[in-house]
Write a protein that binds this ligand. Structure first.
Ligand code: MN
Ligand code: MN
Length: 320
């Protein structure tokens, strides 16, 4: 691939950061994923939420806060735009009046995206969206390993009698064989529950559950190093619920829980995914109406950049 084939984010010296395109990282917009190595996709969904709504505004606000992102990772030295062709292909036209139809539309959209050899990077949207994305991913890659970072297990049997909602995707994904339970890792779980079953159902099925308390006052690097060693070369999907972070860092979300991850631990977890065979990733549950300072969306934008920096094929700029 020649350099001419690569896209670059629009720099702050070419157009002020408060102006210019509204795409993720001010990248070029594309109509579809043809010819791309990775693509950003927004899913403006909040009709799967159970408490505070507002995640329908997540993709737009994450893109808005992404204007400050520069293309090079000053610590890891990753330079994703040097080697990968990346663009923003816009939003999935969900049906906001019908969650089941929205879920169907998401699956069809990703089926189309995945006719290309591309890694989808999803801006959510509530966590319901990961189910149809995984349905599509599993058609292409088979059952995937899962790194699921969240305050919640999202393994309810039903919510208010419904099988599809933002608290059920990973039970459905298990039942449908979309994820390999022996390679499913849920990190950051905490808060109050109804019964011990809330987390033990997952353990019984073979998931590895790491509760937030196990990470208190610690680096998260040894944990993610051990997960990476177990995954080896299998295809892995990374799903990151912003409520995994403490509300001090991420107040703008629908179901906050105290005692959560720090922003530093979140960065450690994502950086530790370098070397995994990532086939897709998402960041979900940013709710701008509850994000009064914009910090939650800013954090989300930065975490998505960190995800981009660990995709397979990303090169590094070392000193001469
Ligand atoms: Mn979740
Ligand atoms: Mn959650």
């Amino acid at each position: 691939m020649s350099d001419d084939d690569l896209f670059q984010p629009l720099g702050g010296n070419e157009m002020p950061r408060f102006a210019g395109p509204g795409t993720m990282m001010r990248l070029p917009a594309a109509d579809n994923a043809a010819g791309l190595d990775a693509c950003f996709i927004g899913i403006p969904l909040d009709v799967g939420t159970s408490n505070r709504p507002g995640t329908r505004f997540g993709p737009k606000q994450i893109r808005a806060e992404s204007v400050m992102l520069r293309p090079y990772n000053m610590w890891t030295r990753a330079a994703p735009f040097d080697s990968l062709r990346i663009a923003d292909i816009g939003d999935v036209p969900i049906n906001t009046f019908d969650l089941k139809d929205a879920v169907h539309r998401i699956e069809v959209f990703y089926d189309n995206v995945l006719t290309n050899s591309v890694i989808p990077m999803t801006l959510g949207g509530d966590h319901t969206l990961t189910l149809p994305v995984l349905r599509s991913i599993a058609k292409k890659h088979g059952p995937v390993g899962l790194v699921h970072i969240d305050a919640h297990a999202d393994i309810n049997e039903h919510m208010f009698g419904e099988s599809i909602a933002h608290g059920t995707p990973f039970r459905r994904a298990f039942e449908e064989g979309l994820i390999d339970p022996d390679y499913t890792f849920q990190i950051g779980l905490r808060g109050t529950g109804y019964t011990a079953e809330d987390f033990d159902w997952a353990r019984d099925k073979g998931f590895t559950v790491v509760q937030a308390e196990e990470l208190w006052h610690k680096s998260a690097t040894p944990l993610i190093d051990s997960i990476r060693a177990k995954m080896v070369t299998r295809p892995v999907y990374l799903t990151f619920d912003i409520d995994s972070l403490d509300p001090a860092f991420a107040p703008g979300t629908g179901t906050p829980e105290i005692g959560g991850l720090t922003s530093i631990q979140a960065v450690e977890l994502i950086r530790g995914c370098q070397g995994l065979n990532l086939v897709g990733c998402d960041l979900v549950e940013v709710s701008p109406p509850y994000d009064l300072q914009g910090n939650t969306a800013l954090l989300a934008a930065n975490l998505i950049f960190e995800m981009l920096c660990v995709l397979p094929g990303v090169g590094y700029r070392m000193s001469d």
